[in-house]
Design a protein around this ligand. Structure first.
Ligand code: MTE
Ligand code: HPA
Ligand code: MOS
Length: 756
């Protein structure tokens, strides 16, 4: 265990043979969907006329809200989102009608002939305006502990401010898509790019008024998702399903990059309004914070995202008196949605900004200030979950040693004295990330495992593969338990017929949940196979108890007689002949979770992931360009299931976050148009933005806090480390101009504006 295994898809990706939905061959009679998207952010529809479009040869049908047989409703947490709006347009890019035609060109031409008349309504685009007007999906939420008013009144020092974070486009390589294929007896097969087969099935079944067992959802793998396909895929799958239902023909929905960027929701912008109280040593005594998010036109996952933001408002710090209030605001933007970190990066940026201001005010070392306030074992979070095991302050000590912190600080100071046209700075950010869906019931997963007669294995789990290689990790689990080579295990596509009721693959829980379900399945079948092995060994004259039977390297043997081996495949054949079932189902649900939303109290997380990072940057003061020189990360992976995959996740999350912090600017005009909806204007980082000296140390965790085989979740927590680059840049800017205000993201333009 805990070796490095190459990831299963690697060879397939490199040779171009991994299969995505777009690799499927065209089907006979297949119809291609194109959409008529709303050109305005907010309006009342007075007329939607598709008669000219319908008249074009090759157009099969123009579909509108009137064609929906069931409920025109795709909302889940809150049922506020129609598939097609009937009266009120809510955002630019909202689909109002769908053309189904024999080819894409015809469909595109027909879309141009759809005629819309509307009365424009004033759009709400910003958090402040929505908040003032009380445009919230649900009333304010609150988490509180101690007496914040009193503690603030008595605090030696207080600071207050407003801190904001911008949006971010997911930029998954594979845009939103779905292919719907009619089956017999009214069944519909959906080949969908979704993180949640269950959600697609549930919503489509309601939309079409069909039983759930008529909707079969299949996901081969995703070309990246990053949260954008947890909820975001549902609308497009619904479109394909509806088209297929109405025409009885296969329907393909596939968004172009610009369509995807214009119409789909993104990371939630947040605004934090805060007041902090602390003493002369920098110990935080009180924090009063309001977190407001820009949720877009429909609730989507905004409430859960706000909740996770609230759970991370204090990040890694114990604060005795806290009040966290949260409001998710409805605006006329595409419904913002899950994005790696799920609200936590926004909240953590805000609290880290507060610590930076405290450090500045008290002239304290930013590392020491953080270490002083960090959670220790036994501390209690604002929502009353006990920190059973904290890896602070050890993590800070490691970070200081690895980065040679004192010397590095001096080097930076010396550099800055000697250089006028470029300056350097450091940024430090720790993380405490809660692992589990905060929606407790979602913390469950299943695995279906078959061993075929030749000893090879087929495994389907609730998980969706999106590049994070949950597949490899589940295969490792089975391989370890059954003692068979990874090559003999096939991880199948996600499919609602093989494994139903699957929670989305999200919240970084993919491996925790599905690895455990796979473990349970493998252990079950092992306990069926062991007596057969005992019998076979017995026939060779070896007497041994069941406990002594080992499964290793494709063989089975008694630990006292390792030289007498049975081949695994021979054991399987014998088991089959003995009529032992070789198919097995494993089910796992995370134990001991609870949270009372009304009270704002409970233990919503199975455990926390801890870590910290430091970045050193250099800025060219003439051009505003920055360069990341060094990055140090100390991150708790626990007993990593696969170090290479975890390393990839840490690096990937880091650079994705650096993109958010430094270059991915998505301006918007006053009518609600996003102005950078193509890679030519929306700049994501590339590998060339990260040719720095990157030092990553993965550390184990204690015994109380761990999941499958002692490993910890990895997908989202390292996203937080990208913030170090923003704070390092701010640090440079402040060293030149102490009161400068630096925009987020810190683009060269933003840096120059701050300096001048
Ligand atoms: N890594 C890749 N390559 N592609 C992705 O889409 N999504 C991230 C993260 N890492 C993602 C990724 C997000 S948002 C989450 S929640 C987790 O993977 C989900 O997978 P896991 O729970 O199996 O880690
Ligand atoms: N993370 C990701 N997705 C979710 C969550 C969460 O905490 N809760 C509900 N969906
Ligand atoms: Mo990840 S944002 O939980 O899909």
């Amino acid at each position: 265990m805990h070796k490095s295994y190459p990831h299963i898809s690697g060879k397939l990706h490199l040779t171009g043979s991994s299969r995505f939905i777009a690799d499927e061959i065209p089907l006979p009679e297949m119809l291609y969907a194109k959409f008529f998207f709303s050109p305005v952010a907010h309006a009342r529809i007075t007329k939607l006329d598709a008669s000219d479009a319908n008249a074009i040869p090759g157009v099969e049908k123009v579909v509108t809200a009137l064609d929906i047989p069931g409920m025109n409703q795709i909302g889940l947490v809150i049922q506020d989102e129609p598939l097609f709006p009937e009266k009120e347009i809510m955002y630019i890019g909202q689909p109002l009608a769908m053309v189904l035609a024999q080819d894409e060109k015809i469909a595109e031409a027909a879309v141009k002939l759809i005629h819309l008349e509307y009365e424009e309504l004033p759009p709400i685009l910003e958090i402040e305006e929505a908040d003032k007007k009380g445009e919230w999906y649900i009333p304010e939420r609150k988490i509180e502990s101690g007496d914040v008013q009193k503690a603030l009144a008595e605090a030696e020092f207080t600071l207050q401010g407003i801190t904001e974070t911008p949006t971010q486009e997911h930029f998954y390589l594979e845009t939103q898509r779905c292919r719907a294929i009619p089956g017999e007896d009214g069944q519909i097969f959906l080949h969908t790019a979704t993180q949640s087969t269950m959600e697609v099935q549930e919503v489509v079944s309601r939309l079409l008024n069909l039983p759930a067992n008529h909707i079969i959802v299949e996901v081969p793998r995703l070309g990246g998702a990053f949260g954008g396909k947890e909820r975001g895929a549902t609308i497009w799958a619904s479109m394909a399903a509806l088209g297929c239902f109405l025409t009885h023909k296969p329907v393909q929905v596939l968004l172009e990059r610009e369509e995807d960027m214009r119409s789909t929701g993104k990371r939630h912008p947040f605004q934090g309004r805060w007041k902090v109280g602390f003493n002369a040593h920098g110990k935080i005594e009180a924090l009063d914070i309001e977190l407001l998010s820009n949720g877009g036109a429909y609730a989507d996952l905004s409430i859960a995202i706000l909740e996770r933001a609230m759970f991370h408002a204090e990040n890694a710090y114990f604060i005795p008196n806290v009040r966290i209030r949260g409001r998710a605001c409805r605006t006329n933007l595409p419904p913002n949605t899950a994005f790696r970190g799920f609200g936590a990066p926004q909240a953590i940026y805000i609290i880290e900004s507060i610590l930076e201001q405290m450090a500045k005010k008290l002239q304290l070392d930013p590392l020491e200030l953080r270490e002083l306030n960090a959670y220790r074992t036994g501390d209690i979070t604002p929502y009353s979950q006990i920190i059973i095991e904290s890896n602070f302050p050890a993590i800070f000590e490691k970070l200081a040693i690895n980065s040679n912190y004192r010397q590095l600080k001096e080097e930076v100071e010396h550099y800055n004295i000697r250089h006028n046209e470029s300056k350097q700075g450091l940024g430090i950010v720790p993380v405490k990330f809660g692992i589990s869906f905060t929606t407790t019931h979602m913390n469950q997963a299943s695995a279906l495992l078959w061993i075929y007669i030749d000893g090879t294995v087929s495994l389907t789990t609730s998980a969706v593969e999106m590049g994070q290689e949950v597949s490899t990790k589940c295969a490792i689990v089975v391989s370890e338990i059954l003692g068979i080579p990874l090559d003999n295990i096939r991880i199948e596509s996600s499919n609602s017929q093989r494994v139903g009721n699957s929670s989305p693959t999200a919240a970084s829980t993919g491996t925790d949940l599905n690895g455990n379900a796979s473990r349970i399945a493998a252990e079950k079948i092992k306990s069926r196979l062991s007596p057969i092995a005992q019998q076979m060994l017995n026939n060779q004259g070896i007497d041994c108890t069941l406990e002594k039977i080992c499964f290793k390297d494709g063989t089975v043997f008694a630990s006292d007689y390792p030289e007498k081996k049975i081949e695994f495949k021979d054991l399987i054949r014998q088991a089959y002949l003995s009529r032992i079932p070789l198919g097995v189902y494993g089910y796992y649900s995370t134990p001991d979770l609870s949270f009372d939303r009304e009270m704002g109290k409970g233990s919503p997380f199975h455990y926390f992931v801890f870590g910290a990072a430091l970045a050193q940057v250099q800025i060219n003061l003439l051009t505003g360009e920055h360069q990341v020189l060094k990055v140090f990360i100390v991150h708790e992976t626990g007993n990593s299931l696969n170090k290479d995959i975890d390393l990839g996740q840490i690096e990937g999350a880091f650079i994705q976050s650096v993109g958010w912090c430094t270059c991915e600017e998505l301006p918007r005009d006053t009518t609600g148009h996003y102005l950078a909806i193509a890679p030519s204007t929306y700049k994501i980082p590339t590998i060339r933005d990260l040719h720095c000296d990157m030092h990553i140390e993965m550390i184990p965790s204690g015994s109380k806090y761990a999941s499958i085989f002692g490993s910890k979740a990895i997908g989202e927590p390292p996203f937080i480390y990208g913030l170090t680059v923003w704070f390092a840049i701010q640090n440079v800017v402040h060293s030149v101009k102490p009161d400068a205000i630096l925009r987020f993201p810190a683009t060269p333009e933003a840096i120059l504006l701050a300096l001048n």
